[in-house]
Design a binder for this molecule. Structure first.
Ligand code: PLP
Length: 277
């Protein structure tokens, strides 16, 4: 059984964070281990409190998993502090954990700050150079550029998305999957006529000798809580199962698409995906 180590925060409502990660990993038939970087008091409407794990304890959790069970792929989510970002970078290096999917979680959709701004610099300096795949959304990609001392790249089309992905990839990660969910683009006429959806989400996968897009119909749904966490975990599972990166990303995108399509409204706000479809 393939082993995934998740280093992330807990979401008490089970929609995002490591609760979502564990559901995704179970749905893929893989084995989930967790190093919990923070607890959140959270539901579908917002985040009401954050309780950080001391980073030396996060380190103990990582070491315990690596030394006994072993790890095929690492997935990181909310890391909560600069100290934890730094130790995760060190752990990836020292334990030679080459396959990592790093979701640079910074701000929740509800607006809660999940990583202090000063920790973004640590992410740029220490974690990006040892990252296999980084999965930012557009605002996160631009925050990363800002902390790296580079001008923002305003995106309004596919070309802009590719430029932004390339600029972030130059900061260190082997590959970047820039998620275009914040910028649904209009389909060209030929495609629009065949479907009911009028817009498409363009995700750009960029790295050495690789530039490709994964396009999905934009889905109008309020149940998108934990989408980013779920996508990164699904990619981690598919990589662990031996798929190439492009194939892993395509399969994971389809998994999340189905999860949103079949979601059931739970709670009063942005509900979770359905993981068992
Ligand atoms: N809470 C935790 C612990 C998370 O890790 C994340 C995202 O990665 C979120 C909340 C944010 O989820 P969303 O922006 O999908 O609501």
């Amino acid at each position: 059984m393939k082993r995934i180590l998740v280093i992330a925060g807990s979401d008490s409502s089970g929609g995002a964070g490591l609760e979502a990660d564990q559901k995704v990993i179970a749905a893929h038939g893989c084995y989930a281990m967790t190093a919990t970087s923070a607890l959140t008091a959270q539901n579908t409407e917002g985040v009401y409190g954050i309780h950080e794990t001391p980073s030396d304890f996060v380190q103990k959790q990582i070491d315990a998993c690596v030394h006994d069970i072993g790890v095929d792929v690492v997935k990181t989510g909310m890391l909560a502090s600069a100290a934890t970002v730094s130790l995760v970078a060190k752990a990836l290096r020292e334990h030679k954990l080459e396959l990592s999917v790093v979701d640079p979680v910074m701000v929740a959709t509800s607006g809660a700050q999940l990583l202090p701004e000063k920790a973004v610099r640590t992410l740029c300096e220490e974690l990006l150079p040892v990252t296999y795949l980084l999965t930012p959304n557009i605002p996160e990609a631009n925050l990363i550029l800002k902390e790296a001392g580079q001008p923002p790249i305003e995106v309004s089309n596919e070309k802009g998305l590719k430029q932004l992905a390339a600029a972030v990839q130059k900061l260190g990660p082997k590959y970047v999957l820039l998620k275009g969910g914040h910028l649904p683009l209009t389909l060209d006429d030929s495609i629009a006529k065949t479907g009911t959806e009028k817009e498409v989400v363009v995700n750009v996968l960029y790295g050495q000798n690789l530039e490709t897009t994964v396009k999905l119909p934009y889905q109008q749904s309020r149940n998108t809580h934990g989408t980013g966490c779920s996508l990164a975990s699904a990619i981690a599972c598919r990589l662990a199962q031996g798929n190439g990166l492009v194939q892993a990303v395509r399969m994971a995108c389809r998994y999340v698409e189905a999860g949103i399509k079949t979601s059931v409204q739970l709670g009063k706000g942005s509900g979770p995906l359905n993981h068992f479809h």
